[in-house]
Design a protein around this ligand. Structure first.
Ligand code: ZN
Length: 248
């Protein structure tokens, strides 16, 4: 069993380094597949041993092997985070197709969180990707079809209403599409929980960030929604069950 988790972490770290590529290249509309990884300072094209997740960064002390310029700690951090998320998915879903779908969705969510934090835009391609994970989830688990299709609307309709009333000032179109896509994978209940958690996190953390780091008044909702979706995917069933036990 421990081997299963080690393999999951390794896969998570490797996909995590691709998440880093997405984070830097998607907002710039750069090719994310064909362009080889290179040092952003000197342009040195990285060899395979420069690209071992986490390990390379630690061995070279967080610097480019050629020019010695610093490489952000964000790279190994994202890789490690993604690895840990894959282990947690393995604990929850064990060895299954849903585990794979949840893993890939969480990686897309990590990319969404960082990109939205920086640019206030959620790349449509990532929302589409999560939607596709949801569709595959329905195909492989057709009995839950109603639950998942209802998830498409369970939060997004409410957000759409807010969007229309506020004429797009209170919420972004990307947030609506994100909650529609995640609903397809989570089903309507977990999706509502995800949105709820996201709002709580946002209302606690954003004012703190405004105080501590001088973050602007404009709230990027994406990172909080992404965190809410990940928490709901990993522990939502238990949270809903515990909540219901209070009343029965
Ligand atoms: Zn360099």
């Amino acid at each position: 069993m421990i081997i299963f988790y080690i393999i999951l972490f390794a896969y998570g770290a490797v996909i995590g380094s691709f998440v880093n590529v997405l984070i830097y290249r998607l907002p710039e509309h750069q090719d994310v597949v064909r362009v080889r990884s290179h040092c952003t300072s000197c342009g040195y094209q990285l060899r395979w041993f420069d690209l071992i997740p986490i390990v390379s960064w630690v061995i070279y002390g967080g610097r480019c092997r050629k020019c010695g310029s610093r490489i952000s700690v964000q790279y190994p951090f994202i890789e490690a985070l993604n690895g840990v998320l894959y282990i947690l998915a393995g604990v929850k879903y064990s060895f299954s197709i849903r585990c794979l779908l949840v893993c890939l969705t969480m990686s897309a969510l990590v990319a969404i969180a960082v990109i939205d934090l920086r640019t206030f835009i959620i790349p449509p391609s990532l929302n589409l990707f999560i939607g596709i994970m949801g569709v595959i989830g329905i195909i492989t688990d057709p009995q839950g079809m109603i639950k998942y299709l209802a998830g498409l609307f369970s939060v997004s309709l409410l957000l759409l209403l807010i969007y229309l009333i506020s004429r797009g000032r209170a919420i972004g179109g990307g947030d609506i599409k994100l909650m529609a896509a995640s609903g397809l994978l989570l089903g309507w209940q977990l999706n509502i929980l995800a949105f709820f958690i996201g709002c709580i996190l946002g209302s606690i953390i954003h004012p703190l960030r405004m105080k501590l780091t001088g973050a602007g008044k404009v709230l990027a909702l994406g990172p909080y929604l992404a965190a809410g979706i990940i928490i709901s995917l990993l522990w939502g069933d238990e949270m809903i069950a515990a909540y219901l036990r209070l009343y029965i």
